[in-house]
Design a protein around this ligand. Sequence first.
Ligand code: 5GP
Length: 222
Amino acid sequence: HIESSPLVISDSFEGYPLNFFNLPLHYRDDLKSVLIPYGLVQDRIEALASRIFSDLHIHIPEQLICMCVLKGGYRFFSDLVSKIQNENRLRNDRSLPMSLEFIRVRSYINDHSTDQTEIIGLSDLNSLKDKHILIVEDIIDTGVTMVALKKELEKFKPKTINVVSLFTKRRHDKKCIFKPDYSGFEVPDHFIVGYALDYNEYFRDLEHICVMKESGISKYKV
Ligand code: 5GP
């Protein structure tokens, strides 16, 4: 059975040296190391897709609404959905019909994350009633965003909500308040970028999951 909990990247692992990878010239000086190469991300997503397919087809004869949390989740969403589609193509004994939704979440009060969220992009939230939802998120750090998003969606009475996050972060200060149903990797308490995860809108156009240098962090600070 494929594991739904995250593959743990330990604190002692400092990542792979940059000079073993093909990296865009415009970011080479801003990165410290490659924490998770693109290929490994793809392999783990394929495994998650297979697990989600075998778990959810049993419980969900109806359409599963795959909900992409933009912008950071777009690469993961796209790859996950196409890998579930592969399962659908190759299996004759079971299937998982999907529909796709795209939302943006704003959690705010004076620029910092709060438990109040605003969902942007869904034309009619009432259409979620009695539906099955799979929220597809890039990374869960404190868990505040996901707790708030789930609470907000529950107001519209969907039948089920499952959450898949590509990354969860192992925080040192306090424990994360949300555990996703499916997770790809648990990463150390660094700020990670690449594969659509950004730092102030930079680094989305980078394939590998990387850790930034201090100089990179200050260079792109707003
Ligand atoms: P939370 O509410 O769980 O603390 O934060 C979740 C959001 O913060 C994520 O959806 C993501 O946008 C952002 N975030 C948290 N940690 C990281 C990180 O290490 N890298 C990037 N790029 N974004 C992060």
